[in-house]
Design a protein around this ligand. Structure first.
Ligand code: GTP
Ligand code: MG
Length: 479
């Protein structure tokens, strides 16, 4: 019979007797094996608990969804500004090249629009009933156009530099514009849009075109090589006055409106700030970075450490590429285990079509995506928060006389103002949620302009409090 040693402090330790039979020996060994398994199991549990304690509680996870150019990456930038401003500002130097490209590409669109008018005028037949009219573009506008030709080279150089520096992570993808339904679609030719593969932190890709090795602080222009002969600032600066004149010319504005070129296609925010953007030592501001356009490819994960009531929690925010070629099957693996989805629907684009399919209205596409998300059974326990975004653009659009009822027939004769149109669209999205939701849900809906940090900060911080509270209830820390 096995005996426990009275001296041994380990109760599971078994001392062999001096004499034992074969059966006794087997029984003792079996008992020792069981005792060891139990002891190992306990050690493993203790180690697991230790690791978990070190890791802290599970991170809170948020997924940003919506069609391309709905404002997902801009919402992520707001998260960065609020909870990781150091890394947001560390990217300042890299955003400079993106903004320069946004500017020259807007001018490419304007110059293309002028060329189309010239071609039309040169080719329209002249007859006694249709006499030759004075050309729309004055000699002065034409000579400005000629002087702005170097911008084409700047565009090419910037794309080449970014794609080379990005080492395969940065791509130049074709851009077709959003056009306008049943209207003359601007033929933008080979306009390319820079896209970043989100599996890497993008600033690392661009670090190779900035002086990262000489960077000393993260909240300044350090990293911008002011003596870099390849930096296009000199050409931009030389073209500055012509660019300003062209953008502010009434004939050009009419021409752009006639060709249905919208502020979204033209980075209007940057065109209104040309004097500042083309200055010799231009450094992007926070607002500039929020307005810069860089298309996302794939899915990227961003970690934030957020402090609330004395403790620090990990938050993971996932940003996805919304372009149809990227999505939407790629989103599904991320549905599992999300605490919340922020769904962005840019309601200003009710008069636009998808860049990737000119037969599909962008608002209609948002309704479809929203239906797909709220009805997905994998998401039945996930909070879904709707951002009806780009309210600033909606306001300008409605004020310019563009009517919602021309694109959303059911809107009927309701007043074409911001209050009524937003309330109507909020009801439409809410109706879909009520009808199609995979589980009973609270309808969280916000009118947003995510390029406005102040209002977005308020919304995101309320959202953070709500999720934190829910998470505590879930983990039974409070009831
Ligand atoms: N005026 C205005 N511009 C906005 C707003 N939200 C986003 N934008 C701009 O719209 C452009 C596209 O925004 P992104 O955040 O890159 O869009 P996205 O959803 O990440 O697009 P993909 O990466 O292609 O899926 C950027 O230039 C933004 O600055 C808004 O509320 N108002
Ligand atoms: Mg994006």
């Amino acid at each position: 019979m096995a005996r426990l040693s009275p001296d041994d402090s380990d109760p599971l330790s078994i001392q062999p007797p001096i004499f034992e039979t074969f059966d006794e020996r087997n029984a003792r060994l079996a008992l020792e094996r069981v005792a060891k398994e139990i002891s190992d199991g306990i050690d493993e549990e203790i180690e697991k608990a230790r690791v978990n304690e070190r890791k802290g509680p599970k991170p809170i996870k948020i997924l940003l969804l919506g069609q391309s150019e709905s404002g997902k990456s801009t919402t992520l930038k707001n998260f960065q500004l609020m909870y990781d401003s150091k890394s947001f500002r560390a990217e300042r130097a890299s955003w400079r090249a993106v903004i320069q490209l946004n500017v020259v590409q807007s001018f490419r669109s304007i110059l293309d629009a002028m060329t189309r008018v010239e071609n039309q005028e040169n080719h329209s037949p002249i007859s006694p009933q249709n006499p030759k009219k004075a050309p729309l573009l004055t000699p002065e506008l034409l000579s400005i156009k000629a002087r702005l030709q170097p911008l084409t080279q700047v565009e090419k150089n910037l794309i080449r530099r970014m794609t080379t520096a990005g080492g395969g992570e940065v791509e130049a993808t074709p851009r077709n514009g959003h056009g306008v339904i049943s209207d003359l679609l601007p033929s933008k030719g080979a306009l390319k849009e820079i896209a970043i593969n989100s599996t890497i932190p993008w600033k690392h890709a661009f670090n190779r075109i900035i002086k990262s090795e000489t960077r000393t602080s993260f909240d300044s222009a350090d990293g911008i090589d002011w003596d870099d002969p390849e930096d296009p600032w000199a050409t931009l600066n030389a073209c500055s006055q012509d660019m300003i004149k062209l953008w502010n010319d009434t004939v050009i504005r009419q021409l752009l409106a006639k060709q249905s070129m919208r502020s979204e296609d033209l980075s209007e925010y940057f065109l209104d700030s040309l004097e500042r953007l083309t200055a010799p030592r231009y450094i992007p501001t926070d607002d500039d970075i929020l307005h810069a356009r860089l298309k996302t490819l794939g899915v990227s994960e961003h970690l934030f450490k957020i402090a609330t009531s004395g403790s620090v929690r990990d938050w993971k925010v996932y940003d996805v590429g919304g372009h149809r070629s990227q999505v939407r099957a790629a989103w599904a693996p991320y549905f599992d285990d999300m605490d919340a989805i922020i769904f962005l629907a840019p309601i200003s684009c009710f008069d636009q079509v998808l860049e990737e399919d000119h037969k599909v209205n962008r608002l209609e596409d948002s309704f479809k995506l929203w239906t797909m998300i709220v009805s997905n059974p994998l998401l039945k326990n996930t909070n879904i928060i709707l951002f009806l975004n780009k309210i600033d653009i909606l306001r300008t659009k409605l004020a310019s006389g563009i009517k919602l009822k021309d694109y959303v027939i059911s809107y009927g004769d309701r007043p074409n103002d911001v209050d009524n149109t937003t309330a109507y669209l909020k009801r439409k999205f809410g109706g879909i949620l009520q009808e199609k939701s995979s589980s009973p849900r609270v309808y969280y809906c916000h009118f947003t302009t995510v390029t406005d940090t102040k209002s977005t900060k308020y919304i995101l911080s309320n959202l953070k409090d709500m999720l934190m509270r829910q998470n505590l209830i879930k983990t039974n820390l409070i009831s």
